[in-house]
Ligand binder design. Structure first.
Ligand code: NAD
Length: 463
């Protein structure tokens, strides 16, 4: 039984009223008070989805794309209003990227072997109902992207989202179910509970009808999922270093790195979190960052105040600072700056708390290295073995190759901003679930399938 229609309606009406966008949708879909009921509804829906043709699935995905484009601004504003993190223009871009570049059914490809003894196909089939845990940093982006991929592969999905982003999540879930219904598909292709908690998460993870769990978030949730006894896709934390050597185009490197670092106030897990630069070029790089790219050079005293503000005495992040702009962060330590300041920088050792911690805010420390090899060593140390993302600005392909092998990350962007890895100003697909820990890398529909071998003996080979 779908519950609390009125709550979903209230959320939608509140947003529509705030944005003066006219009439709110009159239905709500996919929201349950009880996790077991949510799983049951997704299971019932999956029995219909598995019988849909690929063409029908693709039609539904194309309506999800359209609705994502049409609702990009609403979702962006909801995300910022509800979580207090990120910024609206960049979140709009992220939703447009989801609409355009998250793959659909074309990602599901069959392998074929044919010869004297017949024809064998290896087909990618659905798991059934997938459990998904999503972060507050990219809430609706992850829900939409996961739903499109999982549904393209013939699954339905139960979300246990971050409670701090539940309204935004519900809006996105309602939207994908409306897309399915509009095309004659079932309701509840994606579902959630109105109050997600650790308990609802545990029920979902242990539920016998959920064979696969995809977790997007910090180290805690990935470890929890990988300890569940189920197959798990773990998209965990990063701390991506951007290495700059003396062969780089420093002007462009400064622009790319600051653009990447400040995208959505540094919320994406792939975004540049610190720079490691060879000593001889630091002055010039800083010059471009400060004089051309809107970076504020923090004094030692300001760095100490920032560290005491953004990191709690127990070493955790102060959630009131995550995803805030440089201007807001500086105002928290009593420094007022003009609107063109978009990033805070300083030179410090790799152990500096503002450098070694994954902050998810536009604070970009620069670690000096005596030469390229020293820079590689420091960058590998700073990535903390997450094997998630790293970046390099260098014209020397031997060095790029050496760095790529040493750091061994799911993503390595060369001579560009980090978001090129999401297909924004770079080639290939978009995803907001990067499974570095379990090895799928940038997830897409095929990541949510299981392989099936289909064998015809002695026939259908027509070579
Ligand atoms: P978070 O780890 O606090 O929460 C993520 C999700 O996990 C939430 O839904 C939360 O409720 C849940 N959760 C947390 N601990 C759990 C546990 N022990 N058991 C069950 N569920 C648990 O992260 P966040 O602040 O929402 O997001 C930021 C973090 O996520 C960063 O570390 C970032 O790098 C990472 N992230 C990774 C990717 C990726 O694709 N690899 C994408 C986005 C964010």
């Amino acid at each position: 039984m779908a519950v609390n229609e009125s709550m979903v309606q209230d959320i939608v009406k509140e947003v529509m009223a705030k944005m003066q966008l006219g009439a709110a949708p009159t239905t709500s879909h996919g929201v349950f008070s009880d996790m077991n009921e949510a799983v049951a509804a997704a299971k019932k829906s999956q029995q219909i989805v598995r019988r849909l043709s690929m063409d029908q699935r693709e039609q539904i995905i194309s309506v999800i794309r359209r609705k994502t484009r049409e609702n990009a601004e609403i979702l962006a504003r909801m995300g910022v209003d509800e979580t207090g993190m990120g910024n609206v223009p960049h979140k709009i871009l992220k939703h447009q990227l989801v609409a355009e570049k998250v793959p659909g059914t074309e990602d599901i490809r069959t392998e074929a072997y044919s010869g004297d003894r017949g024809l064998t196909l290896v087909e990618l089939g659905p798991f059934g109902v997938i459990g998904a845990i999503t972060p507050c940093t990219n809430p609706s982006e992850t829900v939409l992207c996961n739903t499109m991929g999982m549904f393209a592969a013939g699954n339905t999905v139960v979300f246990n989202p971050h409670p701090a982003a539940i309204k935004t999540t519900i809006y996105a879930i309602n939207m994908v179910n409306e897309a399915s219904l509009e095309c004659g598909g079932p309701d509840n292709i994606a579902v959630t509970v109105e109050k997600p908690t650790m308990e609802t998460s545990a029920i979902m993870m242990k539920h016998p009808d959920i064979p696969l769990i995809a977790a997007t978030g910090g180290p805690g949730v990935v470890t929890a999922v990988l300890s569940s006894g189920k197959r798990g896709i773990g998209a965990g934390a990063g701390n991506p270093p951007a290495l700059v050597d003396e062969t780089a185009d420093l002007h462009k490197a400064a622009e790319d790195i600051v653009n990447g670092c400040t995208f959505d106030n540094n919320l994406p897990c792939i975004a540049e979190k610190e720079i490691v630069a060879v000593e001889s070029i630091i002055d010039e790089l800083l010059h471009y960052m400060v004089n051309e790219q809107g970076c504020y050079l923090a004094s030692k005293e300001e760095q100490d105040k920032l560290a005491a503000t953004v990191i709690t005495p127990k070493g955790a992040l102060n959630r009131k600072c995550v995803g805030r702009s440089a201007k807001v962060l500086l105002s928290m330590i009593g420094v007022e700056v003009p609107d063109n300041i978009r990033c805070i920088t300083f030179v410090g050792e790799k152990e500096h708390p503002l450098i070694t911690t994954e902050l998810m805010m536009p604070i970009l420390g620069i670690v000096p290295a005596k030469d390229f090899d020293d820079a590689v060593e420091k960058a590998v140390w700073l990535e903390h073995g997450n094997r998630h993302s790293a970046h390099i600005h260098s014209k020397n392909v031997d060095r790029i190759t050496k760095y790529a092998k040493a750091i061994d990350t799911a993503i390595l962007v060369k001579n560009g901003p980090s978001y090129a890895a999401l297909g924004f100003g770079g080639e290939s697909i978009c995803t907001f679930t990067i499974a570095s820990r379990t090895g799928e890398g940038l997830t897409s529909a095929k990541s949510f399938t299981k392989k099936r071998r289909c064998v015809m003996t002695d026939n259908l080979c027509i070579r």
